[in-house]
Design a protein around this ligand. Sequence first.
Ligand SMILES: Nc1nc2c(ncn2[C@@H]2O[C@H](COP(=O)(O)OP(=O)(O)OP(=O)(O)O)[C@@H](O)[C@H]2O)c(=O)[nH]1
Ligand SMILES: [Mg+2]
Length: 381
Amino acid sequence: MNVVKIIADTPQEALEQIHAELGPEAVVLNVRQVSAEGMKKLWSGTRVEVMAAAPKPEPDAKATIKRLNAKIADLEQQILHPPRPKPKPESKPALKQQLPSKVAEMIQAAKQAAHQDTDADGILAAVKILEKLGLLPSHARWLSGQASNFLGFTKPRNLQDEFALVRETLSDYWHQLIRRHTKPGNPMRLLVGTPGTGKTTCICKWMTQALLRNGQEVCTWRLDGGAPNTAEFLSLHGELLQASVERTWDPGEEIPENALRFIDLPGVSASDREARRALLEQVKEFPQTEIYLVLNASYDLGLLLAHARFFSVLPLSGLILTHTDEETRWSKYWNLVLATQLPILYLSGGQEIPGDFRPALPEEMFDQFVESGREQMEETI
Ligand SMILES: Nc1nc2c(ncn2[C@@H]2O[C@H](COP(=O)(O)OP(=O)(O)OP(=O)(O)O)[C@@H](O)[C@H]2O)c(=O)[nH]1
Ligand SMILES: [Mg+2]
């Protein structure tokens, strides 16, 4: 792909240069503000750096036919000389197959110690291990009870089965939370949280992915709240992506039916009850809205729970965790979900746009949790 980097004084200038170099079909891959260099610093503040790529060339007909012919030849070869069927892998119960191999190793190592604990207080051995990895004791008790009731609970034969059961119990609970809190259709997506947690960055990442990867239309409103919304970079980003970023909300405005809709508001400090009251009033203005609480995952669990409590007066649909590039304690993520009874919907790591922004999957997060605690476990056994 032909990628160019342009640094210009204004977004308009950057766009003009991109079009001149790559043509009007060029796509913007990344945009960020940079400070001016050398003497320019004296009279110019920030500049804008844009990475853009030329669109993929239309496939040339001759090359396509050549590729097709090669494919047909390949198929003929496969039909004339079919590959021997591979021996079927040993069939295992579905739950077991989902466990990563390293988890199985860890379980094996932990088996002895954990089983001694099981009889003492009736908590499943697998859950005892999770507790050692950082799951809060109250959550461990709850989880052990839930897992014991899950699907009528046929007693697991071994620790590995038990882990698979706990994994499925947690994933099932997570999906229940999603069903309970999220709205069908195409709601407005409103991000709230304390100042600086990365709300606007998440919107920029999400917008960019939707537009560039999925070709989906995006409409964003950068609105003032109790304080002005100074996130100029959101408007700049919209301009570069040629996506609408409005500064005012007009309830009568027609929004394209399939467009992804975001509302960006300034952060509200978790000690400012007046600002929270104003926020509560403001969100009533918007039709069919999902409200996500954006939390900086590198904060201590206690602080995150305090923030979640503060914003719980809003009808929250879920959590978005940012700064995952700075936090690897996966027990914290699970403690958050179990304490707030809100699903984590997205994980965002780093300042780069589009960078790392992805849906949070409970199965993956369970495996990461166990995996990340493996060394810790080996020390404690
Ligand atoms: N390391 C790291 N930095 C991030 C991440 N997300 C955002 N940031 C940085 O954190 C700072 C604040 O990000 P914003 O997106 O403006 O935060 P915000 O929540 O919209 O802030 P307010 O609107 O003022 O409440 C910026 O410098 C971002 O580049 C992240 O996941 N990791
Ligand atoms: Mg912001």
